[in-house]
Design a protein around this ligand. Structure first.
Ligand code: ADP
Length: 242
């Protein structure tokens, strides 16, 4: 997977209470990345300690929890046969919880990327208005750099783009970087560190809840949730989660 460029915030670490929630009551909202899953499993089985609580939000009207953060911990624990995980339950719809998105960017050949996107069945149309359309949620992505393109569609098309970028990054054809802020991507483009950035509209919290209720998921790195605090590390034995 690509590198992350997280905006520099000063978020305080806070000791928060956690509860044990059954893994089968948790609902993902994003697809998994195999490499991240393997990394977590290796880490938790190596140390025998689970040190980062899951962040969950109650799904209104259902005995279920949306996974806000912790998709790979959830899937990894399930794979190991565990039954529950220490979790912090958030007041998801409070203004304290913000949802943004990640902007994938690449360094590499635009022509090769477009060729691969088209091979996946996607349309890539030169369009000076692409960014505005993407910000209004009218297209799956805008591809913006020296030139500007629209990629029509919605969720399924976003998943295809994500798949192509992941594959090309694994193959070493592009350098893939995920930006938390569009402005940072633009700065790096001006410096020649990346060539193109994919822009999409960030989902709202309502969008995320609706998606989960429908049993669907976004492509990896669609949501970037930000809290006013970073939960302090916990110290729970892996064997206590079975
Ligand atoms: P996502 O961010 O896609 O929702 P995760 O947050 O679950 O998925 O990604 C795996 C996380 O697991 C990483 O943030 C990593 O810091 C964390 N991690 C690695 N080792 C451990 C461990 N032993 N206990 C708890 N968390 C761990």
């Amino acid at each position: 997977m690509g590198v992350e460029k997280v905006p520099k915030y000063n978020i305080p670490i806070k000791k928060v209470d956690y509860v044990f929630i059954e893994l089968e009551k948790m609902k993902p909202h994003e697809q998994l990345v195999q490499k991240e899953l393997e990394a977590f499993i290796e880490s938790v089985t190596g140390s025998g300690i689970f040190w980062k609580a899951m962040l969950l939000a109650k799904v209104p009207g259902e005995d279920l929890y949306l996974i806000v953060d912790g998709h790979h911990r959830w899937a990894g624990l399930q794979k190991l046969g565990a039954k529950k995980a220490p979790s912090v339950i958030l007041d998801y719809f409070s203004d304290d919880v913000k949802v943004y998105t990640w902007y994938p960017a690449f360094k590499g050949s635009l022509d090769r990327v477009i060729e691969r996107l088209k091979a996946e069945g996607l349309e890539v149309i030169e369009d000076p208005e692409a960014e505005e359309k993407a910000e209004r949620g009218e297209i799956a992505f805008a591809l913006v750099g020296e030139r500007s393109f629209s990629i029509p569609g919605a969720l399924d098309e976003q998943k295809k783009v994500s798949k192509v970028l992941d594959e090309m990054s694994v193959e070493g054809e592009i350098e893939l970087i995920y930006y938390g802020l569009k402005e940072d991507a633009r700065d790096d483009m001006a410096k020649g560190e990346v060539d193109y950035v994919f822009i999409r509209k960030a989902p709202t919290k309502e969008d995320v809840m609706e998606l989960v209720k429908r049993g669907e998921v976004y492509s990896p790195k669609t949501t970037r949730h930000v809290l006013p605090f970073i939960p302090d590390m916990i110290d729970v034995k892996l064997e206590d989660l079975f």
